[in-house]
Design a protein around this ligand. Structure first.
Ligand code: HEM
Length: 412
């Protein structure tokens, strides 16, 4: 594929959504090497590792606050208003203030406190699947796990978890539907549903005062100290359902896909799950990066070497391509156990670096450990997997597997 062909392919991918329901690893690898900067009127797609890193943390570029189409705004105005107020798209000084408060809830120690509860949730989800019947890993594990973990993180009562799962799926479907061309994999949350979710969160926030150690109480204490408003506490809690659910779904699915299609590497995890599940996660989501792009807007005219950005230009930072840039990762398409992942862009970089990277990693580590102990096999050839038809997520839409060790069924 020539340089202009790969640039054309990315253009068709964005404008016509052509080929987006596929494993786009090949496209990302080619973007990094052949078309590291694609420029269309008002829009840049940047794929070189050093440029993505630089622009992710450049003060002239801020997170895009998307202008939703009129029909989306009219269909669910409460949702779009909430999105426009959420931390990541706020002005840089508000973003820094709110991020500073939230970051305290995601320290290594805070996340580690959830280890036992997450193990219990993983075991609870796996228990009915132990009869060895085939099932879809995405539906049964990767979708419910992160919303249950978010509910545990927020210390919400277990009897509410099924309803929370329904709201979370609807919220994500609404988010997906709000961008033109995105796919639908669940019913978007209705106006009434969003109001009910917000009322539930508001009630929880009001009930958690005092010196509690849970995330909601801590956010309330930040509000009492004048660091944020009550409405910002509510929006922050809602934001966790938007940022911490679909990302983990895609990440877990990619990690398992990556490992089950590389039997030698999966065997290593099975030999010593406690030691290898973590490193396997890091390398799997570098190779198959779940969140493909971050979006920024140039707040002012800016230049970087020969690149001239005009104020208002949108810049898509291709984390998935930059993670396959051979200038940064030697032999980038090979799964290697000896890599240093500090430069991996799976969780972004700089000012907007993912606050939940540790929590996502803990969910993955505990799930992969259990699956390695139990045994799990893919029940279809990798080429038959269908992929999420979305631009921002690159992961299988379904992952048919069965639990137990049955070498005959293993896909070599
Ligand atoms: C495998 C799992 C995950 C992946 C791959 C992932 C990926 C990302 C990426 C790439 C960004 C940066 C986007 C950009 O720079 O444009 C981000 C931001 C963020 N993530 Fe995650 N994420 C994951 C899990 C989580 C979890 C579990 C939570 C919380 C419960 C979370 C909360 C956030 C928040 C709050 C931000 C915004 C940070 C800010 O605006 O400063 N993420 N994530």
């Amino acid at each position: 594929m020539s340089t202009s062909e790969s640039a054309r392919r990315v253009w068709r991918w964005f404008t016509l959504r052509e080929n987006c329901a596929e494993d786009n690893t090949d496209l990302f690898a080619r973007l990094a090497t052949e078309s590291p900067v694609v420029h269309m009127p008002g829009l840049w797609v940047v794929s070189r590792h050093d440029l993505v890193t630089k622009l992710s943390n450049h003060p002239a570029f801020t997170m895009v606050n998307p202008e939703f189409p009129a029909e989306v705004r009219e269909a669910n105005p409460d949702f779009t208003a909430f999105f426009a107020r959420s931390m990541s798209v706020r002005a840089p000084e508000d973003h820094r203030r709110l991020r500073g408060v939230l970051a305290r809830e995601f320290t290594g120690r805070a996340v580690e406190r959830l280890r036992e509860r997450i193990t219990g949730i993983v075991d609870g989800l796996l228990a009915p699947l132990r009869d060895g019947a085939p099932f879809d890993f995405v539906t049964e594990i990767a979708v419910p796990l992160p919303s249950l973990v978010t509910a545990a993180l927020l210390d919400l009562p277990e009897e509410d978890w099924p309803q929370i799962g329904v709201w979370a799926r609807g919220l994500l479907a609404q988010l997906g539907k709000s961008f033109p061309g995105s796919a639908q994999h669940a019913d978007p949350i209705s106006v009434a549903g969003f109001r009910a979710l917000r009322a539930y969160v508001a009630e929880t926030v009001d009930a958690r005062h005092g010196d509690g150690k849970d995330v909601v109480s801590q956010l309330n204490q930040a509000a009492d100290a004048g660091l944020m408003s009550r409405d910002e506490v509510i929006d922050m809690v809602l934001l966790l359902f938007m940022t911490g659910v679909d990302t983990v779904t895609s990440g877990l699915t990619n990690a398992l896909t990556c490992l089950l299609t590389r039997p030698g590497d999966w065997r290593r995890v099975q030999e010593d799950p406690a030691r290898w599940a973590g490193p396997a996660w890091d390398e799997s989501i570098r190779l198959l990066t779940p969140v493909t792009f971050g979006a920024r807007v140039a707040a002012q005219d800016a230049h970087w070497g020969p690149l001239r950005f005009a104020a208002g230009d949108v810049v898509l930072l291709s984390f998935a391509a930059a993670n396959l840039d051979p200038r940064r990762f030697e032999d980038p398409l090979t799964f290697r156990w000896d890599r240093n992942h500090s430069a991996s862009l799976s969780f972004g970089h700089g000012a907007y670096f993912c606050l939940g990277a540790g929590l996502g990693g803990l969910q993955a580590e505990l799930t992969l450990r259990r699956l390695a102990e139990t045994g799990v096999t893919l029940t279809v050839p990798p080429g038959d997997l269908s992929w999420r038809p979305e631009l921002t997520f690159n992961s299988p839409a379904e992952l048919p597997v069965r639990l137990g060790r049955s070498p005959a069924a293993e896909v070599a």
